[in-house]
Design a protein. Structure first.
Length: 197
């Protein structure tokens, strides 16, 4: 494991550990309840460690929200790095301007969600339902979209550089100005007897 991987893993562990134990689990439940009721949820997080690292205090980094129903939730400009949203229902949710980098959304239902301008770099969206979702201008660099359903999704101006799209369904998707492609391959090792360049 290189230093970057070790630092990333340490950050993930730190952010997720804030939600462990009875207090963290109760806080996550109160936040989810408030989001479902479309009520203010930030006040429920006053005791969350490191919440002050996020300017607007909308800090759901590392939150355990897998399988939770957050349909039509207002999550605009929310920090969700490393959040566990596996199999969560976010139908019609407003995620504009949020950062879901490295979050796990495998099997999540984001049908009709507004993800315009959302950061989903290195996010796991395997088998996610993104039907009719608005992903205009979204950053999906390095994201896993394998088997995802993006039928009729709006991807205008989205960045899919290095995204894994095998088996993804893009039927009827609006893809004007999408930037994609593979990451650069590492150069072949130099051979010969001269000095390394």
């Amino acid at each position: 494991m290189n230093n970057v991987d070790a630092e990333t893993q340490a950050l993930k562990t730190r952010l997720q550990s804030r939600w462990q134990g009875p207090d963290g689990e109760a806080m996550a439940a109160r936040v989810a309840t408030a989001l479902r009721a479309r009520q203010p949820w930030v006040p429920h997080m006053a005791s969350l460690p490191d919440v002050d690292e996020v300017m607007n205090r909308q800090d759901l980094r590392g939150a355990p929200l897998g399988g939770v129903s957050l349909d039509n939730a207002d999550l605009r400009a929310t920090e969700l790095h490393f959040a566990d949203l596996r199999e969560a229902s976010l139908k019609g949710a407003d995620l504009r301007g949020s950062d879901l980098s490295r979050s796990d959304l495998a099997g999540a239902n984001l049908a009709g969600a507004n993800c315009a301008g959302t950061w989903l770099m290195l996010a796991n969206l395997e088998r996610a339902n993104l039907t009719d979702a608005n992903l205009a201008g979204a950053l999906l660099t390095g994201a896993n979209l394998q088997g995802a359903n993006l039928t009729n999704a709006i991807l205008r101006g989205a960045v899919l550089l290095g995204a894994k799209t095998e088996g993804a369904i893009f039927e009827g998707a609006i893809m004007d100005g999408v930037r994609g492609g593979r990451f650069a391959e590492p150069a072949a090792p130099l051979s010969g007897s001269g000095p390394a360049v």
